[in-house]
Design a protein around this ligand. Structure first.
Ligand code: HEC
Length: 222
């Protein structure tokens, strides 16, 4: 992470603008000219304001809800067609994961699955362009409440190790979430700790008590 911030420093930016030249050798005039070129390129971007209105958002939310429902239906069909024996164990786990990720019952108003904010066709981040261009964060099950950040494209998250300090990189490594707060210390798995948050977050799936969640999941597993 510190590496990321280092890369965004002014020194690196000027090296990118003038490849092959050391930043110390840059004349202020050259830097200014490069800045003006960049600004005039931006000024030519005359796109109209994005037009985020309640009715456009409502339509988009409905579209994603329909897509989530369709994938959940497919997953149920796959589950029913699967012979349950030891040779299909891998597929049993895969389909169970799909059933959970696309299950709207895990939210207080039964309208928001995990995938609402992490859809496969947008590489498991948010699927609503107009939100990606404006708020960046996504509404929760209570549609007037928004999460705090951009949904992460999470395909590699289960492979991250428990958060630890790597002495040779001089940086922290592992954990889940942008700020790595799902460390994995308690459950020895960051993704398992992460998955406990969205269902009970009032700005996301909003289930008030975790006991409700375990009841719903038990029903799914039956
Ligand atoms: C309302 C939108 C929303 C919903 C619903 C949601 N997420 Fe997220 N997800 C986010 C946001 C925003 C982040 C980044 C949060 C942060 O870093 O603080 C995130 C982060 C994650 C991460 C961390 C990825 C990483 O690389 O560290 C995983 C894994 C994840 N979500 C899985 C899930 C699962 C599983 C569910 C359902 C139980 C779920 N999400 C429901 C918005 C959502």
């Amino acid at each position: 992470m510190t590496q990321y911030f280092r890369n965004t420093s002014m020194e690196s930016a000027s090296t990118i603008l003038m490849p092959g030249r050391r930043p110390g050798g840059l004349r202020p005039g050259a830097l200014l000219a490069a800045g003006l070129v960049a600004c005039s390129a931006l000024a030519q971007d005359n796109r109209p304001a994005t037009g985020l209105t309640q009715s456009v958002l409502d339509q988009e939310i409905k579209r994603v809800e329909r897509e989530v429902d369709n994938i959940e239906k497919q997953a149920l069909a796959e589950w029913r067609a699967l012979p349950i024996n030891s040779s299909t164990r891998m597929n049993q786990v895969r389909i169970l994961g799909k059933l959970l990720l696309f299950d709207k019952n895990l939210s207080v108003n039964k309208n928001e699955a995990c995938s609402f904010c992490h859809m496969p066709d947008t590489d498991f981040t948010g699927p609503i362009s107009i939100l990606n261009e404006t708020t960046v964060s996504y509404p929760g099950s209570v549609r007037s409440r928004f999460g705090h950040r951009k949904p992460q494209s999470y395909t590699y998250a289960p492979f991250f190790p428990v958060l630890l300090y790597n002495a040779s990189q001089q940086d922290f490594y592992g954990g889940n979430f942008f700020d790595l707060r799902a460390t994995g210390y308690k459950l020895q798995n960051p993704a398992a700790e992460q998955a406990q948050d969205p269902p009970v977050d009032p700005n996301e799936m909003g289930i008030i008590q975790t006991v409700d969640l375990s009841r719903v999941w038990l029903e799914v597993c039956r």
